[in-house]
Design a protein around this ligand. Structure first.
Ligand SMILES: NC(=O)C1=CN([C@@H]2O[C@H](COP(=O)(O)OP(=O)(O)OC[C@H]3O[C@@H](n4cnc5c(N)ncnc54)[C@H](O)[C@@H]3O)[C@@H](O)[C@H]2O)C=CC1
Length: 505
């Protein structure tokens, strides 16, 4: 067998890798794409080189993948939870074994730093391990009825589920969606973002190696057209989507045609509120964690930073000092803490937001410019210096819209009541954060913020045991935590008569 790209990772460095293997996966193997004429180049963000070609799946291929998933589902759904758990635990073990190679390939395709990618891969196997633990606990209820009759409920899978992923956490999203799906007895067909096609197929290989039936986790490549085929397919029971609000709305609309269940993880413009009684150093660290992970391309980022007026000077001084010190450059080097944005278009879009902020009256305290590393191989990369904007107002575009880049907007506030009202004045509601030493205030603010998550005295930690998802236009349904079992299963009621039928007729 030819050496896989993953096996070449130990010696790989930025600018050296080309992926030529097939990136579709169903019926237990990688599948050659049919329509090479529609291929699109995929770039390595740190260099701007072509990493591979993404060749979208058409209707026949989507149909084949779904049929293959359906076959696997019929077998997998009949296993006991503990039997499914065994396969999933083995998959988690294999990911742990290959974590460094998977993380490296993720960096080459996504541009984030290796330090972060390793965390992403760890969260991926932890998620699979967590749901493996829950697989054996799925159970129904027994309900006694008059005359010895009784009913019981069974928690059953939905069938073939579709996962549609974004490019910011390619491998982790595939794990977050497949782990609860598989634990409940479903099969999944996953479509990664066309910009990050290379690691989901590795997860498919790992599930197979772990003993999953052929077809249990399939990967189809493609963009909007392939996504549309998946959302319209009559044999699909559920779509779990991560991405932008406009696409999420389309997914919901398409899924409604055949009444498919939907989970939507959409964007955000989350508020981070810093009170003057906070522990300032932690608040500063929290603000950096809330804004600069994955070059700021994180849906739950706390990009509207509200700081109580009295501490604004100290806060800004410290935040700017630390932002300027973020090591930016080759994402595969251990010391790097910020890599390249996903694409040239994304870089230009983010720089455009900074220009617009300036024209609307914001002050750039640092960054916000294209960054050209000294290493010649990175000259074509999509780097920008992380940016802190001061003198922002709630009506500015940079404060209202999701930028999806390393841009923090800072605004003063005076009172708790005022800041909570301003924080909630958005159509989004994914996350929020508060820094204060006053515990009553912390819990009161958490209660009053309209968001799916509120971090108290920290930001952007996402343990797999904890539910994650949005309020308002940030979506619905949850990922992670016990509750997600409910989004990948359905309840059947079985009513049992022990006596004679009392017929009215
Ligand atoms: N909140 C989040 O987690 C994310 C937000 N975004 C935001 O969205 C912007 C655009 O990024 P995109 O990757 O283009 O996001 P997108 O929402 O268009 O794409 C997300 C996924 O949906 C698929 N898709 C696109 N059109 C579809 C359709 N009609 N039917 C089914 N699937 C479809 C894409 O191929 C991709 O796999 C970013 O600049 C960012 O602001 C992007 C990614 C993640």
């Amino acid at each position: 067998m030819a050496q896989s790209t993953l096996d070449t990772m130990p010696g790989a460095s930025t600018g050296t890798v080309t992926v030529t293997e097939h990136l579709n996966f169903w019926a237990g193997k990688r599948v050659k794409p049919r329509q090479e004429s529609n291929m699109e180049p995929v770039f390595e963000p740190a260099t701007g080189r072509v990493l591979c070609q993404m060749i979208p799946c058409g209707a026949e291929e989507v149909d084949e993948a779904i049929k293959s998933a359906r076959t696997a589902y019929l077998q997998w759904s009949k296993l006991a939870g503990m039997e499914r758990a065994r396969v999933m635990l083995e998959a988690a073990r294999i990911i742990r074994e290959k974590r460094e190679n998977i993380a490296k390939l993720e960096v080459i395709n996504n541009g984030k730093s290796i330090t972060e990618a390793l965390v992403d891969i760890d969260i991926a196997w932890q998620c699979i391990e967590y749901y493996a633990g829950l697989a054996g606990t799925l159970a129904g209820q027994h309900i006694q009825l008059p005359g010895g009759a009784f009913a019981y409920t069974r928690r059953e899978p939905l069938g073939v589920c579709v996962g549609i992923g974004a490019w910011n956490y390619p491998f982790q999203i595939a794990a977050w969606k497949s782990a609860p799906a598989l634990a409940c007895g479903n099969a999944m067909v996953f479509k990664p973002s066309p910009m990050t096609p290379v690691t989901a197929v590795i997860l498919a290989e790992i599930y197979k190696e772990a003993g999953a039936p052929d077809g249990l986790f399939c990967v189809v490549q493609g963009a909007a057209e392939t996504g549309t085929l998946l959302c319209h397919h009559p044999a699909v029971a559920k779509v779990s989507f991560t991405g932008s609000v406009p696409t999420g709305k389309k997914v919901m609309e398409m899924s409604s045609k055949s009444v498919k269940q939907v989970t939507l993880e959409l964007g955000g413009k989350s508020p981070l509120i810093i009170f003057k009684d906070c522990e300032l150093e932690n608040a500063v660290k929290g603000a950096l964690m809330a804004n600069f992970l994955t070059q700021g391309q994180v849906c739950c980022n706390g990009t509207r930073v509200y700081v109580q007026r009295e501490i604004i000077p100290q806060f800004l001084e410290e935040v700017v000092k630390r932002t300027k010190a973020i090591p930016l450059g080759d994402p595969l080097l251990d010391g790097t803490r910020m890599g390249a944005l996903i694409s040239k278009a994304q870089l230009e879009k983010v720089l455009g937001f900074v220009d617009q902020a300036k024209s609307q009256g914001a002050t750039v305290l640092c960054g916000g410019e294209p960054f050209v590393p000294t290493d010649p191989k990175l000259k074509g990369g999509y780097f920008m210096s992380p940016c802190v904007l001061d003198n922002c107002r709630d009506d500015m575009t940079c404060v209202k819209e999701e930028i999806f880049g390393p841009v923090m907007s800072v605004m003063p506030f005076d009172t708790e009541e005022e800041v909570v009202q301003r924080a909630n004045n958005t159509t989004f509601g994914l996350a929020s954060g508060v820094f204060t030493r006053d515990i009553s205030r912390a819990h009161r603010v958490a209660e009053n913020l309209e968001a799916g998550t509120c971090f108290i005295n920290n930001y952007n930690i996402s343990p797999v045991e904890v539910p994650f998802g949005g309020y308002k236009m940030s979506g619905f349904g949850r990922e992670n935590g016990q509750v997600t079992i409910e989004y990948y299963s359905q309840l059947k009621t079985v009513v049992v008569e022990m006596g004679d039928v009392e017929s009215l007729f």
